[in-house]
Ligand binder design. Structure first.
Ligand code: FAD
Ligand code: NA7
Length: 486
């Protein structure tokens, strides 16, 4: 670039969004550098290149969820004829799971580094701070460095919050620590009932640990509340305990090494119990302060930490942002990747295609999974009014549940449609096994303006659970029984 800036694009944060943008930009001929640095957790946990999803998010979470599901499968298998010489002796070994998960994570870290090298993206293992709007400063093992670039991309993601109570950082852990814990977590209190809290409590219970979720207001705030209620009921049925309308007050270490947690209920009553592990899942904060965005003139949104970008562009025209750092955008890996890739194409590939943040499908990997796309019943009623919305629903019986006599009490689906005409589908909600696999294709159908007429005229695949969506015909308005004929 001669006397110009060092790079065409400098990406700060080598996670889902940053890496996708960096690789795409490089393949379009741009000179690109990625800075990635992981500040250790208060417990000292650290990890390699690739960001939250690969190291302490989606991937280790899904693997531990799978470990828990396999436990269920072992139980079911006996009614299908599988014989174990000593069924009571089947145990789970945390150390083996932890090692297997961490080995996989490390292999992904390695592949990511190789990919960057192959694409000629410079990887700088240092914390990036803005010095001014055109310069980023970093300290690596080789010393301090300043880097200039034509464009910058803020992709620093977020990290778990800790509550401001005595003992929180000393004794508590978060999702940043749980997947690499040396010792098995034992009796665990999960504080927070968002999807991360439910998923962690779910797989821990599935692996055989005593698990309790402390809920401040409602479970899965922001999700369809009828579905959220079914998810927590399904978890309770599997032995997860819920402390509702409670907030933590303090954590102390008892002489026997256990953690004594005190909390207060809604009416101010104080309670306490001891746990081996306390895991906070009370939300995440964006890491903009640490990188001194104000020195570049980048404004943060109302919450003081996230960036309210328009089409990923911040208020400083050559500085962009993608991923979890964005204000009021879904905090999901494919969202970060898609937005990062499209941005790189607009910057270096003459593209004009913008990211569409609407109708992004997601799944909560609770023991009985919950997948959804589009809006919740609450939002539909509020947005369109009861007279203009039709809610279709059904309980169903997965074929494979019959033989082991698994509970079908919470296997439920719901489709929210506009009333009248072809009945455009506004939201689809599914509780059951493989919810993510079920919902993904319907998300594509919704992108193509799926209508109730089209859904009902789709021929199902039998016997599957996804076919339930093609059979759905009972509306809430009709008052008819949504239970299947037995
Ligand atoms: P990140 O992936 O967080 O990457 C940011 C990177 O920047 C990190 O490596 C960070 O250390 C680094 N960094 C920060 N500041 C600096 C700096 N100043 N200089 C240099 N580097 C810096 N999403 C899904 O889609 N499906 C799931 O099932 C799912 N499960 C999840 C489970 C858990 C437990 C968690 C925590 C998250 C989960 N997510 C899931 C969310 C998903 O992980 C995030 O949405 C995604 O990783 C966001 O990508 P990002 O690029 O914005 O940031
Ligand atoms: P969420 O989805 O923001 O959920 C946080 C949960 O923690 C939620 O149940 C909160 O209850 C609860 N919370 C928040 N602060 C506290 C305190 N101080 N004490 C007790 N409980 C608290 O976060 P996740 O970690 O599950 O997910 C992180 C992000 O990924 C999230 O923003 C998603 O968009 C994606 P509340 O409902 O506020 O009463």
């Amino acid at each position: 670039i001669g006397d110009g800036p060092d790079y065409d694009l400098v990406v700060i944060g080598g996670g889902s969004g940053g890496l996708a943008a960096a690789k795409e930009a490089a393949s379009l001929g741009a000179k690109v550098a990625v800075l990635d640095y992981v500040t250790p957790t208060p417990k000292g946990t650290r990890w390699g290149l690739g960001g939250t999803c690969v190291n302490v998010g989606c991937i280790p979470k899904k693997l531990m969820h799978q470990a828990a599901l396999l436990g269920d499968a072992i139980e079911d298998s006996q009614s299908y004829g599988w014989q174990f010489s000593n069924p009571e002796n089947i145990k789970h070994d945390w150390g083996i799971l932890r090692q297997a998960v961490q080995n996989h994570v490390k292999s992904v870290n390695w592949v990511t580094r190789v990919e960057l090298r192959d694409k000629k993206v410079d990887y700088i293992n240092g914390l990036g701070l803005f010095k001014d709007a055109h310069t980023v400063q970093t300290t690596t093992k080789q010393g301090e460095r300043t880097i200039t670039s034509k464009y910058f991309l803020i992709a620093v993601g977020g990290r778990p919050r800790y509550p401001n109570i005595p003992g929180a950082t000393e004794y508590g852990i978060t999702s940043d620590d749980v997947f690499s814990l040396e010792d098995s977590p034992g009796k665990t209190l999960v504080i927070g009932a968002g999807y991360i809290g439910l998923e962690c409590a779910g797989f821990l219970r599935g692996l055989g640990y005593d698990a309790t979720v402390m809920v401040r207001s409602v479970v899965l705030r922001g999700f369809d509340q009828q579905m959220a209620g079914l998810i927590s009921a399904a978890m309770e049925e599997r032995g997860v305990k819920f402390l509702r309308k409670c907030v933590p007050k303090s954590i102390e270490k008892a002489i026997d090494g256990k953690l004594l947690v005190k909390w207060t209920s809604e009416n101010g009553q104080e309670f306490g119990d001891t746990f081996d592990t306390v895991l906070f899942a009370i939300g995440r904060r964006a890491l903009t302060r640490e990188m001194q965005v104000e020195k570049a003139g980048v404004q943060v949104a109302g919450d003081g930490e996230k960036i309210d970008a328009v089409n990923e562009q911040t208020n400083v025209p050559h500085i962009y942002a993608v991923g979890d750092v964005l204000y009021k955008k879904p905090e999901l890996t494919p969202v970060a990747i898609h937005a990062g890739r499209l941005l790189a194409r607009r910057l270096f590939g003459n593209s004009t295609v913008q990211m569409d943040y609407e109708n992004v499908a997601t799944t909560v990997f609770s023991p009985l999974e919950y997948g959804c796309v589009g809006i919740s019943e609450e939002v539909a009623l509020q947005r369109y009014g009861e007279d203009n919305v039709e809610i279709y629903h059904a309980y169903y019986k997965p074929t494979e549940f019959f033989i082991p006599q698994r509970s079908i009490a919470h296997c439920y689906i719901k489709v929210i449609a506009k009333r009248g005409g072809d009945q455009k589908v506004l939201g689809m909600h599914f509780i059951g096994p493989q919810a993510g696999e079920v919902i993904q294709g319907f998300a594509a159908a919704m992108k193509c303006n799926l209508t109730m007429n089209a859904l009902m005229s789709t021929v199902g695949i039998h016997p599957t659970i996804a076919e339930e969506f093609t059979r759905i015909n009972v509306t809430k308005r009709s008052g008819k029984d949504p239970n299947p004929a037995s």
